[in-house]
Design a binder for this molecule. Structure first.
Ligand SMILES: [Zn+2]
Length: 436
């Protein structure tokens, strides 16, 4: 990669999404070697060293969004089986097609989806899928940030022994917390694999000191057999088997009661909240307020593009608080600043990434620019209103430019690292083959 000059970004507004939601208007972000060196109000900026390139970007800068739960290569099956009941959708529409997918299919599906996310201001995604090498390679090309958690699923035919060997090698080759890729461990779910394999995989994640990603309590019925057998909720069963120790990322967590939530809080489980997917698949409403009140870290996920069907995290930014408010009949539940935090720094923290998700000195420069010359951002009489505009009337259409680790990957709304037309044609053609 070409050497990037140190840059000083001058913006009308900098929304840092730091712990106290600081806003600077106008603000400056200094970036060197892919990292933020300084951020603050324009008037207080240190003397710019002559090697800094001044970049007067105007508009609003904020951290890139973080998608904490995704199966992005499912761009290849977007829209398939729409309206089928969940079990039929999986067994008749998804799995037969996924069974035909090759590594090259997944590379193209990931490339297209990664470009879609970057253009919408999503700079990081946590992927749970097969063909991990193809996914890592695709995202190296697109320039996004990736947390790769290759999935163990009973239908894959890969034995647990083989997986553990492969995953350990993958971790050694690609886990790079100072670069753009980290590796975690994933089990599809306890209902798919059984408790003991899940416990073993959770142990693997702990031994590698990385995240353990699984689907937990997405639908009411999925774990009914296990729950009958053990006489406990699925969350309690996993807790009793030590699965929740370590850095656990539980996707969905819709069907968890207060006792479950207390166990999740006690063990530091983070939740990938996927309200749009949960609504589309009729899974239920996750208890977002109870999770947050207990101190559980919550980030947002789109889930796969076949169950959403977009990769546009701005929808979750708005819909998550709306759902929480209508469930609680409380218009004060989940503030604008809180929903932005879940889409940025709290999502990053849920993924074990502690150097992205907010614009603070020392973090990597994962930055997006929002166009403020839009009717939806008028009027602004205080910085709080800007935060409210981002949360309630923000949208992917407002994202003009995107930098990941200081490298610009989206310019004027167009991704620079992917030939999007070619990727669309490839996905289109491959989808026909997968349809049989
Ligand atoms: Zn999922």
């Amino acid at each position: 990669m070409a050497q990037i000059h140190p840059q000083r970004f001058v913006a009308d507004v900098v929304v840092t999404c730091d712990a106290v939601n600081t806003v600077y208007a106008p603000g400056i972000v200094d970036v060197e070697d892919g990292k933020i060196q300084w951020v603050g109000p324009k008037g207080d900026a240190p003397e710019a060293n002559s090697v800094f390139e001044e970049n007067d970007v105007g508009g609003l800068l904020m951290p890139g969004l973080v998608n904490t739960h995704c199966h992005t290569p499912m761009t290849l099956v977007r829209g398939v089986g729409d309206g089928l009941p969940l079990q039929k959708w999986l067994t008749e529409a998804m799995w037969p097609r996924e069974g035909l997918m090759t590594s090259e299919d997944v590379w193209w599906g990931m490339t297209l989806g990664s470009a879609e996310m970057l253009e919408r201001g999503v700079t990081t995604s946590c992927e749970m899928y097969l063909f991990e090498e193809a996914i890592i390679d695709a995202v190296q090309q697109t320039g996004a940030r990736l947390v790769m958690t290759p999935v163990v699923i009973s239908e894959s035919g890969r034995s647990l022994r083989k997986y553990i060997k492969d995953l350990t090698e993958l971790y050694e080759d690609h886990h790079n917390p100072t670069g753009r890729t980290t590796i975690g461990v994933a089990a599809h779910s306890a209902y798919n694999l059984g408790i003991n394999p899940v416990a073993e995989l959770a142990g693997l994640a702990r031994s590698l000191d990385t995240i353990f990603h699984l689907h937990l309590a997405e639908t009411q019925q999925e774990s009914a057999d296990l729950e009958r057998q053990f006489g406990q909720s699925i969350t309690q069963i996993l807790y009793n088997h030590g699965v929740l120790d370590g850095q656990v990322l539980a996707a969905h967590s819709v069907w968890v009661d207060q006792a479950d939530i207390d166990l999740m809080a006690e063990t530091g489980v983070a939740v990938a909240h996927c309200p749009v997917s949960n609504m589309k698949l009729g899974s239920g409403i996750a208890p977002l307020l109870d999770l947050r009140a207990a101190g559980v870290t919550v980030g947002y996920g789109t889930d796969g593009p076949a169950s959403n069907d977009s990769l546009d995290l701005w929808e979750e930014v708005k819909i998550a608080p709306l759902l929480a408010r209508v469930r609680a009949l409380d218009s004060t539940a989940v503030t604008a600043a809180e929903t932005l935090a879940m889409a940025t720094r709290e999502g990053a923290s849920a993924l074990g990434l502690h150097n992205t998700g907010s614009l603070i000195a020392g973090n990597v420069a994962d930055i997006i620019r929002i166009d403020l010359n839009q009717s939806t951002f008028v009027p602004v009489t205080s910085p709080d209103e800007l935060i409210a505009h981002l949360a309630w009337s923000g949208s992917n259409r407002l994202v003009t430019d995107v930098w990941v680790a200081g490298r610009q990957v989206v310019v004027d709304g167009g991704v620079q690292t992917v030939d999007t037309e070619r990727a669309q044609a490839q996905v289109q053609e491959r989808a026909f083959r997968l349809a049989g």
